[in-house]
Design a protein around this ligand. Structure first.
Ligand SMILES: [Zn+2]
Length: 317
């Protein structure tokens, strides 16, 4: 059942995936310098200071390639290594992560439900680009009705930076983890399977580094939802399985106090980490919930931009 379901997911992904490059309608190159600067800043401020001397040296030797999109089937959460010593982080991914971070943060600051974000991903996943004007999918800020001046609210700007920074850090560190550590065949035998074991190793490496940072990994859930709802195809994908998500949640639960160390309010930070672990467990449950998946897909097929207007959590619009 599970295998059949995943096969169905991949099949439908192949149907629309190539169209996701239409999200920014060929305008990604115009922003290349800004995106490169953002990525460099994340590396300088949120990654390098938390690596050991040896790791920092190895990381500084990596080349971060930013093609506009990844051929042949661009996905807004693509990241991978095209060759040893390289990490590929397409501009499409950087742009999408940045916009999603801003959308989440604006909705959060305005007490609006983040459910519309999941519905937006459902729309991208289950409707073809030809359903939309100019045969192009609407980008997150447009689809989710986020005002143009969203970042003028300091709380939104601060949260956006945190979500964006922690998402990009996790992506880069996970990929660095893949380059640096591989599961040995003996370890793989003891674990479930090698691909899954490699993913768990890369996740644990990324989280271990992020634990030393003073930021709660606020972007992690956004990335997990994104990769779960918009899976990319091999070899660019980092397959999300229940075991992988459970391992991530366990890691956060067991080390919640360590994550909270050095934060202004350790008690609240511990609660935030445990809550994140709980949400990751819910995502793991969703992976096994075929009925829930079918309902979500059905809703996605019916969702249009007008349905994605912000919904106040108290029920007001
Ligand atoms: Zn991976």
């Amino acid at each position: 059942m599970k295998a059949a379901f995943i096969a169905a997911l991949l099949a439908s992904s192949a149907l629309y995936a190539s169209d996701w490059s239409s999200l920014y309608g060929g305008k990604l190159e115009d922003q290349r310098q800004r995106y490169r600067k953002d990525v460099d800043l994340v590396i300088a401020q949120e990654i390098q200071p938390f690596l050991t001397t040896e790791q920092a040296h190895a990381f500084s030797k990596l080349q971060i390639d930013l093609p506009a999109t990844a051929a042949p089937e661009p996905n807004p959460f693509d990241f991978y290594s095209a060759s040893e010593g390289h990490i590929t982080l397409p501009l499409l991914t950087v742009a999408f992560v940045e916009d999603m971070a801003e959308a989440y943060s604006w909705l959060w600051a305005n007490q609006c439900s983040s459910r519309t974000v999941d519905e937006y991903l459902g729309m991208l996943r289950n409707r073809p680009a030809s359903d939309f004007p100019d045969q192009s999918y609407p980008s997150p800020l447009v689809a989710l009705h986020i005002p143009k001046d969203a970042l003028e609210n300091p709380a939104v700007a601060k949260m956006t930076e945190r979500v964006r920074g922690t998402t990009l850090s996790f992506i880069l560190l996970h990929q660095f983890g893949h380059q640096s550590y591989r599961t040995s065949s003996e370890e793989a035998v003891m674990k479930h399977d090698k691909v899954e074991a490699d993913e768990e190793l890369a996740d644990a490496f990324a989280l271990e580094v992020m634990k030393k940072n003073s930021e709660t990994p606020a972007g992690l859930l956004m990335l997990i939802h994104g990769m779960m709802y918009l899976p990319s195809v091999a070899p660019k994908n980092h397959p999300l399985t229940q075991a992988r998500l459970k391992a991530m949640a366990d890691f956060l639960d067991v080390k919640a106090r360590e994550f909270a160390e050095g934060r202004p309010d350790r008690r609240l930070s511990t609660i935030a980490i445990r809550s994140l672990a709980g949400h990751i467990r819910q995502a793991a449950a969703f992976l096994a919930d075929t009925t829930g998946q079918e309902l979500w897909a059905e809703q996605g097929r019916k969702t249009g931009v007008a349905d994605l207007a912000p919904r106040h959590l108290t029920g007001e619009r």
